[in-house]
Design a protein around this ligand. Structure first.
Ligand SMILES: Cc1cc2nc3c(=O)[nH]c(=O)nc-3n(C[C@H](O)[C@H](O)[C@H](O)COP(=O)(O)OP(=O)(O)OC[C@H]3O[C@@H](n4cnc5c(N)ncnc54)[C@H](O)[C@@H]3O)c2cc1C
Length: 449
């Protein structure tokens, strides 16, 4: 028997939404000892920096609002956008878990949940994004989970202690190595859960696996360096959808902040530096919008919106952050907008005219009238969506679909459900794989501990 420093039922690498929820669910389901090893809460996790929008179909919040939805309808919407039928079993399992954890967050953890009736998104056939009352975003979500973990007797949260590798024998994975300040330690575990997100912060991995993301503004955290994916690949794990990522077409060039993805569905218009519209704004998800924008020769667009769109979109942490950063300007008339952007007044007037058809694109959703808000946006990347191939229990698989014993992955470390590029992402897919896999993995490993 190899000497070890610690021994637990479940060792989790990464303390974001996936890691924290897996731990809570595992102890609820019977695990006696769970340790979460976190690289650095000071640098943060993507869940914390996210908008905290949770996509779920068939919740009581929807029923109370008279919205008819179900996990099946949610799954169909996702696959229509991603075109990824190969992931159907996983998509259905995650969509099945979504209403359970949304209600659990509200009812068990006291998270102030509401249905975002004012959060329309392309590809969602009914309002399905759940968020916090007050719209403070992911920080509040992570605070809620961390508090619950702090109160749980059988969970240890160990900060500033990154996982550094897997401990493997011929039967599978039996533990991990971690770096405590100054020294490396061995942790034996009945189950190892990789919840360390993806590789959005690794230029080297992006260049190798997701070249379309290279050179974009990165809006995620520095800790997402693909560590867990690399360790598992080295022991024969298969990966899927590695070129996919969550892009963003409303990333303000000057400030690096984001605008509310609802704007294109509220009538906002995109024009290129000559004042021409180049996209049917309301028909695209915001990730795909980023790809369309990056395919333009200027790789940027001017986005225009009016008072009506502003009053519907401003109640979000994105717009508050952008406003604080002076990310946009308000123009009282087209002449002042033209002077500021070097775009001719008549081109601007055509672009905001709801009766003017642009060939191949059609007319804007509606006419806009000054005063107008405007800023230059470019395409960003927030998180990667490719990762380790897993089954519906989150068990990591080899290419021949055999299970690597003892090893599980969720959230950004697992292969996502957004197809093979940035275009197939539906709003809420990121946290769906974080919470959804956590729900499934935690229950499974907890009941076997
Ligand atoms: C700006 C932004 C907005 C977004 N908005 C939304 C949204 O509204 N809705 C949605 O569904 N998705 C959204 N996403 C995507 C979503 O945030 C991610 O898909 C999700 O947070 C991934 O969760 P996770 O638990 O896998 O990773 P994370 O929350 O990033 O947690 C991973 C943790 O692992 C730690 N870690 C990394 N390496 C190691 C290591 N070697 N050892 C130990 N710990 C390690 C990290 O420090 C981190 O704490 C957004 C993303 C961004 C960046």
């Amino acid at each position: 028997m190899v000497d070890v420093d610690y021994e637990v039922d479940v060792a989790i690498v990464g303390g974001g939404a996936c890691g924290l929820t897996t731990a809570l669910r595992a102890v609820e389901s019977g695990a006696q000892s769970v340790a979460i090893f976190e690289k650095s809460t000071r640098q943060g996790c993507n869940s914390q920096f996210s908008s905290g929008s949770l996509a779920a179909g068939g919740t009581r919040f929807q029923a109370e609002a008279g919205v008819v939805d179900s996990p099946q309808r949610h799954a169909e919407d996702l696959m229509r956008v991603s075109g990824d039928r190969a992931s159907e079993e996983i998509v259905r399992a995650l969509c099945g878990a979504a209403p359970c954890y949304v209600e659990w967050l509200a009812d068990q953890l006291g998270y102030p949940m509401e249905l975002g009736l004012d959060m329309p998104r392309a590809g969602q056939s009914v309002p399905r994004l759940h968020t916090d009352v007050g719209r403070l975003g992911g920080a509040r979500l992570i605070d809620t989970l961390r508090r619950a973990v702090g109160d749980a007797e059988r969970i240890a949260f160990i900060d500033n202690t990154p996982g550094t590798g897997l401990l493997v024998d011929d039967r599978g994975v039996w533990g991990i190595t971690v770096r405590e300040p100054g020294e490396e330690k061995k942790v034996r575990a009945g189950a190892v859960v990789l919840a360390a997100d993806g590789f959005g912060a690794s230029q080297e991995m992006l260049a190798r696996f997701a070249p379309d993301a290279v050179g974009r503004v990165y809006g995620g955290v520095s800790t997402s360096t693909g560590d867990a994916i690399s360790w598992a690949m080295a022991i024969g794990a298969q990966t899927d959808n590695m070129a996919a990522f969550l892009g963003h077409g409303l990333m303000v060039s000057a400030t690096g902040t984001r605008l509310n993805p609802s704007l294109p569905l509220l009538g906002a218009v995109f024009v290129d530096p000559t004042g021409q519209r180049f996209v049917e704004e309301s028909a695209q998800g915001y990730s795909k919008l980023g790809s369309i924008l990056m395919a333009q020769s200027s790789r940027r667009a001017l986005i225009l919106w009016d008072e009506q769109a502003m009053s519907a979109a401003e109640n979000s942490e994105l717009m508050r952050d952008s406003k604080q950063a002076n990310a946009w300007k308000r123009y009282e008339d087209l002449e002042s907008l033209s002077a500021a952007t070097d775009i001719a007044v008549d081109a601007l007037a055509r672009a905001i005219d709801g009766s003017h058809d642009t060939p191949g694109i059609g007319a804007p959703l509606r006419s806009l009238a000054p005063p107008l808000y405007a800023t230059w946006v470019t395409g960003g990347i927030l998180t990667t969506q490719g990762g380790l191939r897993v089954d519906t229990g989150g068990r990591v698989l080899r290419a021949d679909r055999s299970v690597i014993r003892g090893l599980y992955a969720g959230g950004g470390s697992a292969a996502g459900i957004s197809g093979s590029s940035a275009d197939g992402y539906s709003s809420g897919n990121g946290l769906l794989t974080a919470f959804g896999f956590a729900w499934l993995i935690g229950q499974y490993i907890g009941s076997r501990s």
